[in-house]
Design a protein around this ligand. Structure first.
Ligand SMILES: Nc1ncnc2c1ncn2[C@@H]1O[C@H](COP(=O)(O)OP(=O)(O)OP(=O)(O)O)[C@@H](O)[C@H]1O
Length: 743
C-alpha cells in the first residue's frame, strides 16, 4: 500500500500552504510592550504578592523600622500646639522664611533641571571614559555630610576659594552669605535626585523610538525635545519633585556656605533651628509645615516611580479607550457604524479587514522617490547589494545572520557594520540618520505613545519642515489609504497590533523615504489578520517607488511580498535571487527548510549526494548529478515529492529509506509528516519490509542526530498508512525529484 504524491506541482496555493506550515516552525522574537513602558507596577511574578508563606522573622524588624520612622513624625503631631499654629505660621519671620525657602528651592530646581537633565542624558546615553567616576561624583552630595558640602562650596566659590575671587572681580558676584549662595548650596545637595531619577528613566526608554524618529528626518535636538523628553516626563516630574523637596529642606550646606541671615539666606529649616532655642512651640509648628510639604510631595509622586514612560491610565485614547464608538475597530474585527473623525465630522468606518481602503489622494503624498539602491557593506555584514527603484527585497536568514545589523548599517545606527550607501544620485554614506531619507519601521512599530496616530503619521512631515496643518492633512490621507483613517485620534495604546502596524507603515511612507526598511512588519499579527494585512502591504509597496527591504522569518511573506530574496548567513549574502529561483535552487539548507523544502548538505558524487559520515552511510541519488564530484552540494526535495509506504516499495524510485514518524502537522487540507530516517536501508536490512502490527516495534530508533525527511500526504493516505508518532514507514523519492545545488 502506498500514498502516491500529487506530483511536484507547486501551484501558488500549494506553495503558500506549505510555506505557511513552515512559518509556524520559525523562531519568534519576544514581543516588546507596544507602549514602550515598563511593566505596570504590581505586576510581579506570581507568588511574591500572593498569600505564599512569608518569613515571620523578617516581619518583626520591618515593623520596628516602620515604627522608628513613624515615631518622630508622631512626636511632631503630638507636640504641635494647634491653637497657636496659625499664629506661628503667619508671623512675619515665618512668612519671610517661607518666601525665601520657595525662592531658593524653585531657583535651585530650575538650575538642577537645566544642568541635571543633560547630565542625566549624558550618563544614560553616551559612553565615555570615566563615566563611573562621573556617576560617583553625581552621587557624592547625597552621601556627603551637608556641612562638608558647605565647606567644599566655600573653598570653591568663597572669597578665598578657587573661583570666588574671579567671580567677584569679573562679574561682581559674591555668593557666600547671599541668597544666590543659598540657591547654590541647595542645588548642590538636591541635583543628584534629579539626575539619578532621570538617568534611570532614560536608560529604560527603548532606543527604537528615538532611532525611528531620526529615520523620519528629525534632528537629534528635535528627537530630544519631541520624543525623549515627553517619554521620560513622568520620571522627570518625579525627579523634579524630589529635587524641589530636598532643596526646600536643605540646611547643613546652606548654613555653612550662606549663613543664617534673615531675609537673605534664612530659609524655613534654618529658622526651625533658630526657633528651637527661643520658642520650641514655634519650631514645632514650622517643622509641621515642612513635614506637610514633604508628605504632600511624596503622596503626589505615589506610583510615578514605577508607572513607565507613558502608560498611565489617560494614555489609552484621547477620548477614553473602551467607551467610544471606535471600539469595534480596536480589535480588528469588522466594524460598521459611522465614526466621528478627529474634526468631529462623521467619517465612514473602516475596518482592520479592509483590503481595499479608500484611496484619497493627498496633495503631496504621490511625490515618489524613484531611487535605486547601491550599498556596499563591511564589518559584520560583508556584501554588496543593489536594487532598481520599486524593488522589494525580502531579507531572510537564521537568527544572528545579520539582518538587523544590515538595517542598522543602512540607517547609520551601528558601529558593527558600515554601509557605503548610494540612493539614486545621492551618496548618503556620511550623512547622519535623519538626513539619509531612509525610513525604518522596527518590529514593534515604535509608535510614539504620547502622540495620536495622526500626530505620529505627521511626525516625519513636520520634521521635514511642513506646516502643522499641511502635515496633518497629508497624514490623514496616508492613514485613510492604509485603512486606519478612522483611528487618527487614537494613541498607540488604543490600537490593535494590526492597526498599529498600519499606522507605523503610514508614518514611514508619509515621510517619503528613498529607502524603506521594514523589520518583520507582520510578526505581531495572527494568521488571519496577517493574510489581510499582507495584501494591503503588497498593494502599498507596489505604489511605493523606492527600494524596500523587508526582514522576515516568514516564507510566505518573503515569497509573496518581495521580488527578490536576499539570504544572509553569518553576515554574508549566500543568495540574492527571485523567490522562484530561491525556492527551486536554495543555496543553503536553512533557506531550503524555511521555504518548506527538504534539504541535505553533503558532497557531490557521480550518482548524486553523499551525506557526511556522522549522518551514517546515507546517499541520495539524483537524475542529474553535478559535474563537480567531490564539491560541497545541497540536495533539495519538495515534501510533496516524497511517497510513503507501509512496505518497502519495489520498482522505479531510486531513493528508498525507512524512517520513524516523529511529528504530524496539518497544513491546509494535507498532513505534513516528519520522519527520522534510519541509515543504510536495504532489502536485507534487519527489520526491513513489512512491520507487524502498527510498526511500533521498538527497533533501531532514530537518534537525536538522525537525518530527517518531511513528506506531505492527504489525511486519507495517512489513515491508510496508520501514521502516528513512532510508527515505522518507508519513504521513496524519485531521482528526478532531487535537485542538486552546488554550494
Ligand atoms: N550590539 C551588539 N554587540 C555585539 N554583538 C552584537 C550586537 N548586536 C548584534 N550582535 C551580534 O551580531 C550578530 C548579528 O545580529 P543581528 O541582530 O543582526 O542578527 P539577526 O539576523 O537580526 O538575528 P535575529 O533573526 O535573531 O533578529 C549576532 O551574532 C549578534 O549576537
Amino acid at each position: 500500500m502506498s500514498s502516491r504524491p500529487a506530483g511536484t506541482r507547486t501551484t501558488g496555493r500549494r506553495l503558500a500552504d506549505s510555506l505557511a506550515a513552515t512559518a509556524r516552525w520559525r523562531p519568534r522574537r519576544a514581543r516588546p510592550d507596544r507602549t514602550g513602558g515598563a511593566p505596570p507596577a504590581g505586576r510581579t511574578p506570581a507568588g511574591r504578592t500572593g498569600g505564599g508563606a512569608q518569613p515571620v522573622v523578617l516581619m518583626v524588624p520591618a515593623l520596628l523600622a516602620v515604627g522608628f520612622l513613624l515615631l518622630p513624625l508622631a512626636g511632631i503631631l503630638a507636640r504641635t500646639s494647634w491653637r497657636e499654629l496659625p499664629g506661628h505660621l503667619t508671623s512675619p519671620a515665618a512668612t519671610e522664611a517661607l518666601r525665601l525657602s520657595l525662592v531658593v528651592s524653585l531657583w535651585s530646581l530650575a538650575l538642577a533641571l537645566v544642568l541635571g537633565t543633560p547630565l542625566a542624558w549624558l550618563l544614560a546615553r553616551v559612553s565615555f571614559p570615566g563615566k563611573a567616576v562621573v556617576r560617583s561624583l553625581v552621587l557624592l552630595p547625597m552621601v556627603l555630610p551637608p556641612t562638608v558640602g558647605g565647606v567644599a562650596l566655600l573653598l570653591a566659590f568663597g572669597r578665598r576659594g578657587l573661583l570666588g575671587p574671579w567671580l567677584e572681580d569679573t562679574f561682581g558676584v559674591t555668593l557666600p552669605f547671599h541668597t544666590a549662595g543659598a540657591v547654590l548650596a541647595a542645588t548642590f545637595v538636591a541635583m543628584p535626585f534629579l539626575v539619578i531619577s532621570l538617568e534611570g528613566t532614560l536608560a529604560g526608554l527603548r532606543p527604537s523610538y528615538e532611532e525611528t524618529a531620526a529615520s523620519l528626518g528629525a534632528s537629534p535636538l528635535r528627537v530630544f525635545c519631541t520624543v525623549t523628553l515627553p517619554m521620560v516626563a513622568p520620571g522627570l516630574a518625579a525627579g523634579a519633585a524630589l529635587t524641589w523637596a530636598r532643596a526646600l529642606g536643605e540646611f547643613g550646606a546652606t548654613i555653612t556656605f550662606a549663613g543664617n541671615l534673615p531675609g537673605e539666606t534664612q530659609t524655613l529649616p534654618l529658622q526651625v533651628y533658630l526657633l528651637l532655642q527661643d520658642s520650641p512651640e514655634a519650631a514645632t509648628s514650622v517643622s509641621l509645615l515642612l513635614l506637610a510639604i514633604a508628605m504632600a510631595t511624596l503622596v503626589a509622586l505615589r506610583g510615578r516611580w514605577t508607572g513607565g514612560a507613558a502608560s498611565g491610565p489617560g494614555d489609552g485614547t484621547r477620548d477614553g479607550a473602551g467607551d467610544g464608538p471606535h471600539d469595534g475597530a480596536a480589535g480588528g474585527g469588522p466594524g460598521g457604524s459611522a465614526e466621528d473623525g478627529p474634526d468631529g465630522g462623521a467619517r465612514p468606518a473602516a475596518t482592520d479587514s479592509s483590503a481595499d481602503p479608500p484611496r484619497i489622494e493627498a496633495p503631496v503624498a504621490d511625490v515618489r522617490q524613484l531611487s535605486d539602491l547601491s550599498a556596499e557593506l563591511t564589518g559584520y555584514t560583508r556584501f554588496v547589494v543593489t536594487a532598481e527603484p520599486g524593488t522589494t527585497l525580502a531579507v531572510v536568514g537564521p537568527n544572528g545572520a545579520g539582518k538587523t545589523t544590515l538595517l542598522r548599517a543602512l540607517l547609520g545606527l551601528t558601529p558593527r557594520a558600515h554601509a557605503v550607501l548610494r540612493l539614486g544620485d545621492r551618496d548618503v554614506t556620511d550623512l547622519p540618520p535623519h538626513r539619509r531619507d531612509v525610513a525604518w519601521v522596527p518590529q514593534d512599530g515604535a509608535l510614539l505613545p504620547h502622540l495620536s496616530a495622526l500626530a505620529n503619521t505627521a511626525y516625519g512631515l513636520r520634521a521635514h519642515g511642513h506646516s502643522r496643518a499641511a502635515a496633518r492633512a497629508e497624514a490623514q490621507c496616508w492613514l485613510d489609504r492604509l485603512g486606519v483613517g478612522h483611528l487618527a485620534h487614537r494613541r498607540p495604546a488604543g490600537l490593535s497590533g494590526g492597526q498599529a502596524g498600519r499606522v507605523a507603515l503610514a508614518r514611514a511612507l508619509a515621510s517619503r523615504p528613498r529607502l524603506l526598511l521594514l523589520d518583520e512588519p507582520l510578526a505581531a499579527l495572527d494568521q488571519t489578520t496577517r493574510a489581510r494585512v499582507r495584501n494591503t502591504l503588497r498593494s502599498h509597496l507596489a505604489d511605493f517607488g523606492g527600494v524596500c527591504l523587508i526582514v522576515t522569518h516568514d516564507p510566505v511573506e518573503a515569497v509573496t511580498l518581495a521580488g527578490r530574496v536576499l539570504v544572509l548567513e553569518e553576515g554574508r549574502a549566500v543568495q540574492d535571487a527571485p523567490p522562484s529561483e530561491v525556492t527551486r535552487h536554495p543555496r543553503s539548507p536553512w533557506v531550503a527548510r524555511m521555504l518548506g523544502r527538504n534539504a541535505w548538505q553533503g558532497t557531490a558524487t557521480p550518482d548524486g549526494l553523499q551525506l557526511p559520515a556522522e549522518a551514517g552511510e546515507f546517499t541520495i541519488v539524483a537524475a542529474e548529478p553535478l559535474p563537480c564530484s567531490g564539491a560541497g552540494a545541497l540536495a533539495v526535495v519538495a515534501p510533496e515529492a516524497v511517497a510513503l509506504h507501509r512496505d518497502r516499495p519495489d520498482g522505479s524510485p531510486r531513493n528508498v529509506w525507512r524512517g520513524r514518524v516523529r511529528e504530524l502537522t496539518g497544513v491546509g487540507s494535507r498532513l505534513r509528516v516528519l520522519l527520522a530516517l534510519e541509515p543504510t536501508p536495504g532489502p536485507k536490512a534487519p527489520g526491513a519490509g513489512r512491520d507487524g502490527g502498527d510498526g511500533r516495534d521498538g527497533g533501531a530508533g532514530a537518534g537525536a542526530g538522525a537525518v530527517e525527511l518531511v513528506a506531505e500526504v492527504t489525511p486519507a493516505a495517512a489513515a491508510d498508512l496508520g501514521l502516528a508518532d513512532g510508527v515505522l514507514v518507508w519513504a521513496s523519492v524519485k531521482a528526478t525529484e532531487v535537485t542538486l545545488v552546488r554550494l
